[in-house]
Every structure is written in C-alpha cells, then in structure tokens.
Design a protein around this ligand. Structure first.
Ligand code: ATP
Length: 309
C-alpha cells in the first residue's frame, strides 16, 4: 500500500527525517510510535506530499506520490493533529463539505455523511457549530470529516491527544471498525498503550528514523527483558543491590528513591528468587509488581531512554 524509501527532510539544520524506510501493507492498522519530536508528523506530511523533502521516494497504491496526484489523494482520508473545520458551518455541514470534495452525487453523499455522524456518535450535535463542542467532540468531528468518503487509506495523526477517556475509547473502537470495513490505517501516537491495543504492526521512531518494526510480540521478542520486577519502599545497602544484580537471569538493577527495579530475562521464578533473597536478608519492603515487557522496554533497550513523556 505504501513504500517509503530513504526519506530525508530537514528544517534548516535540524534533520527531522533521517533516511526513513517504511513499508505498510494493505489491511494493516500500522502504528507510528515515537516520543514528541521523533518525526511522526513530518513523516505523514512528506508521505502525503504536503511537505517537500530533500531525498527519497514515496509510493502509495503503486504510484509515485506527488502534490497533484489527485487519483491517489481521493482514496486517502486524513485526520491531522490540528482540528481543521469551519467555525461558521454546523457539524453536519462540515462533514458534508469535506465529503463533497470527493463525492458529488447528493443522495450517496447524504448516506455517507449520516453514516459518519453515527460512526463518531455526533447525532445529537448535527446542528451545533464547532465552537460549542468540547475538545473530545471536536476531535470526533475532525475524524468524521476525514473519513466520511470511505477512503481506502486513512491516516490519523495523534487523534486522541487531549481527549477524554470516553471519546478516546470511541475513537479507538471506531478506527478498528474502519479497518474491519476495509480501510488500511496509519496511526501515529506517543501513547504506547493505544498503539499496543489497536495496531497490527508498529514502527518505533526516534530521531527521524524507524528503529524497530514488527508486531507487538515481534518487537518484544527482540529484547532481553522478559520481566520487570519493581519493589517499592525497599531499604537496601550497596552490597545487597549488588547481590540482587548477581541473581540468576537478572541483567539490570536500578535503585532510586527506595524503589528497586530489576530487569530479568524471560525465565521462571524470577520474582520468587528476588523476594526470597530480600526475606533471607531481612530487608523490609512495600508493594511488589511484576510486569511483562512493554513497548517502553523495547524503546528503552534500543535507545537507552524512556518512551514515556
Ligand atoms: N515547521 C517546522 N520548523 C522547524 N522545525 C520543525 C517544524 N516542524 C517540526 N519541526 C521539528 O522537527 C522534529 C520532528 O517534528 P515532528 O512534529 O515531525 O515530530 P512528532 O514525532 O510528530 O512530534 P509530536 O508528537 O510532538 O507531534 C522536531 O524536532 C520538531 O521540533
């Protein structure tokens, strides 16, 4: 569906995309996950030929993407980060306007607009102007405007930023439904939980590059971490921290503000072994957690820094 080859884009001396390579297949919900400033929005803008770039190629649906490739553009729905609707039009009129850019036949358009309204759950607000909508409802309107014409490819750039949990769930479920109805989806976010929840494949971005690509399971299997054990309010001496470090299958130990974080490779009984040691040493501790690897662990192992804000 999309092939991005060696894309380079700079803003002055800042390299925002540094030889970015990506391939997205038809039918995927493809997640672009990366911290703020990693180049996700720039990648989307270049992909859609909304921004000029210095080097590389973008192919969408088998064609070279260009600003005037309307044949391809017609088949793409775009929901950008900044809400782009007309204040002087009502909810209905906004969706009708954007749908009308692609669908001229009135009867068919009415059907599509009504479907889109139902889809984002804005039935009660059709006669309202955008200024009167809450942030979450406004984002839903933005989505309806981008998807009403039922495009083959839908690109959503951080659609859930500053959205209440109810609207967020509605949006995430909606994206999965659109995918079931046949649209390929590209979804950018810096929320790893969301990406993990809905994406069938994920590219993790950092500094304008895609540093790892795969399904959630594939990404997690690329790293050493099999389990992270966190022990709160533990009071440990230096030698004891070293002793934890020397336990089998432990490869990284952090001790900060009386919180002990132990990363272990995938093995049985890691937690029991650590707790037994603490008990043998009469070390008091508070709450204990054991977590399977997250996408943050993938990011942390590859880049040495946290994905979370
Ligand atoms: N118009 C611009 N002029 C100058 N620098 C820019 C411009 N747009 C983006 N940048 C810079 O390029 C880099 C990549 O930004 P981009 O917005 O693509 O990242 P992002 O991953 O989408 O981040 P966010 O999650 O914050 O939207 C950042 O360092 C950003 O400051």
């Amino acid at each position: 569906m999309i092939k991005i080859n060696n894309l380079v884009k700079s803003y002055g001396s800042l390299v925002a995309l540094d030889h970015l390579n990506l391939e997205i297949k038809e039918g995927e919900i493809f997640g672009l996950l990366g911290p703020n400033g990693s180049g996700k929005t720039t990648a989307i803008s270049c992909m859609l030929a909304l921004l000029k770039y210095e080097k590389g190629t973008v192919e969408i649906m088998g064609e070279k993407m260009a600003p005037d490739n309307y044949k391809v553009k017609q088949q793409i729905g775009i929901v950008l980060q900044n809400v782009a609707v007309f204040d002087e039009l009502t909810v209905y009129e906004n969706i009708d306007y954007f749908c009308g850019l692609y669908v001229k036949e009135k009867g068919r358009r009415k059907e599509l607009v009504e479907e889109a309204i139902h889809f984002v759950g804005l039935e009660e607000y059709v006669k309202i102007r955008p200024k009167k909508l809450s942030g979450g409802l406004l984002r839903r309107l933005n989505i309806a405007c981008g998807i009403a014409h039922k495009p083959r490819l839908i690109i959503l750039d951080e659609p859930t930023v500053a959205v209440d949990p109810q609207s967020r769930n509605r949006i995430l479920e909606g994206i999965q439904e659109l995918n079931r109805q046949g649209s390929t989806i590209i979804y950018t976010s810096h929320y790893m939980e969301e990406v993990e929840q809905i994406c069938t494949r994920i590219a993790i971005m950092d500094h304008g590059r895609s540093i790892a690509v795969g399904t959630t399971e594939e990404l997690k299997s690329m790293i050493k971490t099999g389990e992270t054990v966190t022990i709160e309010a533990a009071v440990l001496e230096k030698e004891q921290i070293q002793a934890v470090r020397n336990l089998p299958h432990v490869f990284d130990v952090k001790y900060e503000s009386q919180v002990l974080t132990v990363r272990c490779t995938g093995a049985k009984h890691n937690l029991v072994r650590i707790l037994n040691y603490l008990q043998d040493e009469n070390i008091s501790f508070g709450r204990v957690f054991s977590e399977l690897p997250t996408l943050n662990d993938v990011f942390l192992e590859i880049t040495g820094k946290e994905l979370r804000d």
